[in-house]
Design a protein around this ligand. Structure first.
Ligand code: G3P
Length: 217
């Protein structure tokens, strides 16, 4: 499963990229607002730091407007994935852009029916929001399982990009279901490394090693 960072904070992206485990980045208008940066500048910078796909979202609601914005966004780097909302205009734009060789991430997906439409429109990525689904009393992970089943039934190439990830178990469950990608805030990606037994194990080994009086180098 690929790991994307869901953030527009360049320092956090650099730190994660340094682990060698970061496969891409997703942004959205709220994350751009939070960063306080100029949208085009920060996306260009991110696309230069990460080799994998970097999602940049259109804000127009009509097809022509989305196409005009996508034209600007795709010039920010060879690895830009244009993010469009799951609406009729968004899917029309998705079809036009993927037909033209661009990567497209269809966002704000909350149902298996929507995910089926996005795959038919040739989406590179479909972004079901598991956390927001859980928030309103639905089971976000069962949506991922349904989409996996449908995509496998028809051999759709669209990659399931689990979004709105809120905790490490969302990541583990996504991997068990066979999602292709997950995007999470950096804090959650760092939490994946953590286990108290790893920390106490290191402390115990180092204490005993000191007693040997030896050095490796
Ligand atoms: O980029 C989309 C997404 O991951 C949103 O997450 O936490 O705002 O629901 P959240």
């Amino acid at each position: 499963m690929k790991f994307f960072a869901d953030t527009a904070e360049i320092d956090e992206i650099r730190e994660l990229a340094d682990t060698g485990l970061l496969d891409g980045v997703t942004t959205n208008p709220s994350l751009i607002h939070k960063s306080g940066r100029n949208f085009l500048e920060v996306v260009r910078e991110i696309a230069g730091v990460v080799a994998g796909p970097v999602s940049a979202e259109v804000v127009a609601l009509d097809h022509e407007g989305m196409m005009r914005e996508a034209e600007v966004l795709r010039k920010l780097g060879d690895n830009i994935a244009i993010k469009v909302p799951l609406t009729p205009a968004g899917l029309k734009t998705c079809k036009a852009l993927t037909g033209d060789g661009s990567m497209v991430n269809v966002t704000l997906c909350f149902s298996a029916a929507q995910a089926l439409l996005a795959a038919k429109a040739g989406a590179t990525f479909i972004s079901p929001f598991v956390g927001r689904h859980d928030d309103v009393g639905f089971d976000g992970m069962s949506l991922i399982a349904d989409i996996r089943l449908i995509y496998d039934n028809y051999d759709f190439d669209t990659q399931i990009l689990v979004a709105s990830v809120r905790h490490p178990m969302h990541v583990v469950e996504s991997a068990k279901i066979g999602a292709d990608v997950m995007t999470a805030p950096p804090k959650i990606i760092w939490q994946l490394f953590k286990h108290p037994l790893t920390d106490s194990g290191i402390a115990g080994f180092l204490k005993d090693w000191e007693q040997t009086g030896q050095k490796i180098v």
